[in-house]
Design a protein around this ligand. Structure first.
Ligand code: 1AL
Length: 335
């Protein structure tokens, strides 16, 4: 089974808290004369077409500032779509060769509410990646050890240049106080859910099934290889909020010729904040049920027991666009 939760696999297996797909935004930058700042957090690898010149110069897929003619350095501030504990940062200079910044550093802060960018000046920034050298056309991975929850990061480049992508991997730590006493999607990534295991992730990541919004194409959902062994594919979600799931959405959107034929849901209450193991007792939430391709199915669930984890089985293979588990948090909280 692939290790989906850091450890040996490294921090890049954790969700990208900054990604535009997760609600991130590059809310301010010192300069974006050559290439606009929002490209820093776009999903997917950066591309490049040589000899494509626009009014600003060569076109790059990334953030690129003008050549500085005065002292100082350039910076971009990213509001994390998913506030949380940052475990590592990737600064990707892909395709920037004669114009990459030779040094970079990253700071982070925690600001409550919905601050305007200028209100972040007093937020108390902490350096999470010290000034480090960069090379051109390369992905640079920097682990982060600060255990605090952050809402924003600031990428500093010294003195100027272009960065294709900034990835901020970590553990989502939501503020759910607004939802007290209310139902919510117990599995959602934005509510702290995490896919902790799966049978197969050949084409696209199982973590996608709990991402915000709808998948725009099948690669934004979970897609497995064709199974040839008579078994079935599955994934396990650690709920962000332990509770009783009452309605499931199984969304096969974009899986047109590769949707599973059937799916089933089971749940478990794992004590002590652990993960399910071979001895874990699973109870049924949804019996094996027929699915349609490219369809957002909704099912009322039978279970009335508190769960910490939910297992989705698909038969025999295919994948899933999204999995939503609407329910009520355990009272008192189970974890
Ligand atoms: N976008 C650009 O044209 N950038 C630069 N130039 C080339 N050719 O890439 C530069 O940094 O002067």
């Amino acid at each position: 089974m692939p290790d989906l939760t850091s450890g040996a696999a490294g921090f890049t297996r954790l969700p990208d808290l900054a990604s535009r797909s997760h609600g991130g935004s590059v809310v301010a930058a010192s300069d974006e004369s050559f290439a606009e700042r929002q490209a820093l957090i776009l999903p997917g690898p950066p591309g490049f077409r040589p000899h494509t010149f626009g009014a600003r110069g060569q076109v790059y897929d990334g953030w690129e500032t003008r050549r500085r003619r005065e002292a100082g350095h350039d910076w971009a501030v990213v509001r994390l779509g998913l506030p949380g504990v940052v475990r590592g940062v990737v600064i990707d200079t892909s395709w920037f060769t004669g114009n990459y910044p030779p040094f970079a550093s990253v700071e982070a802060c925690a600001a409550p509410g919905h601050p305007a960018p200028e209100e972040l000046d007093v937020a108390g920034w902490t350096e999470i990646v010290p000034r480090v050298p960069l090379t051109g056309d390369a992905r640079h991975e920097f682990p982060v050890t600060d255990p605090r929850r952050f809402t924003h990061v600031r990428l500093n480049i010294h003195p100027d240049g272009g960065v294709a992508r900034l990835r901020v991997h970590g553990e989502v730590v939501p503020d759910l106080t607004l939802y007290e006493g209310l139902g919510l999607d117990l599995a959602a990534l934005e509510n702290g859910g995490l896919v902790v295991g799966c049978s197969d992730e050949f084409y696209s990541s199982p973590g996608n099934v709990i991402a915000p919004g709808l998948p725009r194409h099948q690669a934004e959902g979970w897609e497995t290889a064709r199974r040839r062994d008579g078994g079935n594919d599955w994934l396990v979600v650690r709920l962000g909020v332990p509770g009783v799931a009452r309605v499931a959405e199984l969304d096969t959107t974009n899986l047109v010729y590769n949707a599973p034929g059937q799916a089933a849901l089971a749940a478990a209450a794992v004590p002590g904040g652990g993960e399910p193991g071979p001895d874990t007792e699973w109870f049924d939430l949804l019996p094996r049920t027929r699915l349609q391709p490219d369809t957002r199915h909704r099912f009322r669930l039978a279970g009335a027991r508190v769960a910490t984890h939910v297992r989705l089985d698909i038969f025999p293979d295919g994948g899933m666009g999204r999995l939503r588990l609407h329910g009520l948090p355990a009272d008192p909280p189970a974890r």
